[in-house]
Design a protein around this ligand. Structure first.
Ligand SMILES: Nc1ncnc2c1ncn2[C@@H]1O[C@H](COP(=O)(O)OP(=O)(O)OP(=O)(O)O)[C@@H](O)[C@H]1O
Ligand SMILES: [Mg+2]
Length: 260
């Protein structure tokens, strides 16, 4: 059965999109079939994959159909999926229309479950993992992602203000667990952009102390290779480099956590 993982943190610029793509390719290199979904109107994941827009529908079309009580069939879902041969993953892009989702979801019946109804297991049969790149907000789209997911991964930048909002995100995860999705599991908090500064070390120590059960032992160091990979539309895992190796190690660690 396909596992759905949300990569979430309402704080901006912490490495959600970078983690989604590179974890996706790392899992693909382990032999898994992976679909990544861009659930952010900024469409950074789509851009990272070199998507420049086309005539086909995107995640916002699927969400809108369900929100308007229209049925979607397997072929509708399939028509939204693109393939990035180079990065070894399939993906559903986003577009700016997703910015209207908060508005049209307001009037939708069972508005928190719209994405869950888009991601029917029968449409996901050929995938081992679906990874959702969430937007930096605590709104309805994030709640949709968490309601549709089995697992959540939280990238946290080991810098000043790292703890800002983390508590409220984990509280929301627990509320969703108590109400809309009792199977939701926090798979891991991933320290990102770590470096040799005292600030980074202290933040890491505090994260380890505060969240000992969910903090990942794999951390992602700060490196310009991350920005370069977005320009090249190419996962860090495809070249020999430190960040690529770290994302591969993270995939193995998260896989072990998930099956335990
Ligand atoms: N390990 C890293 N080292 C250095 N820079 C990084 C690293 N990871 C990501 N970056 C850079 O930091 C910026 C933010 O990363 P990213 O887009 O992945 O964050 P995000 O959480 O998805 O942001 P948003 O909240 O806007 O969606 C990007 O320019 C990215 O290239
Ligand atoms: Mg992003």
């Amino acid at each position: 059965m396909c596992k759905i993982i949300s990569v979430a943190n309402q704080k901006g610029g912490v490495g959600k999109t970078t983690t989604t793509l590179n974890l996706g390719t790392a899992l693909a290199l382990e032999g898994f079939s992976v679909l990544v979904i861009d659930l952010d109107p900024q469409a950074n994941l789509s851009g990272y994959l070199g998507f420049e827009g086309d005539e086909k529908p995107t995640i916002s079309n699927l969400m809108l159909s369900i929100a308007c009580s229209q049925k979607i069939e397997n072929e509708d879902f399939e028509s939204c999926v693109r393939v990035s041969e180079e990065n070894k993953i399939s993906y559903i892009p986003s577009d700016i229309n997703l910015a209207n989702a908060e508005t049209y979801l307001m009037n939708a019946l069972s508005r928190e479950t719209v994405l869950k109804r888009v991601l029917k297991q029968e449409y996901l049969e050929k995938y081992d993992y679906v990874i959702i790149d969430c937007l930096p907000s605590l709104g309805t789209l994030l709640i949709n992602a968490l309601t549709a997911s089995d697992n959540v991964i939280v990238p946290v930048q080991t810098q000043k203000f790292a703890f800002d909002g983390l508590k409220s995100l984990l509280q929301i995860c627990n509320q969703i667990k108590d109400t809309l999705n009792r199977d939701l599991k926090i798979l891991g908090i991933v320290p990102t952009m770590t470096d040799n500064t005292n600030m980074s070390r202290t933040t890491l120590e505090m994260l380890e102390k505060t969240y000992p059960d969910v903090i990942c032992r794999t951390m992602i160091h700060k490196s310009v290779a991350a920005a370069n990979s977005t320009e090249q539309n190419r996962s860090l895992c495809l070249n020999k480099n430190r960040l690529g190796d770290e994302y591969k190690a993270l995939a193995v660690e998260l896989f072990e956590r998930e099956v335990c």
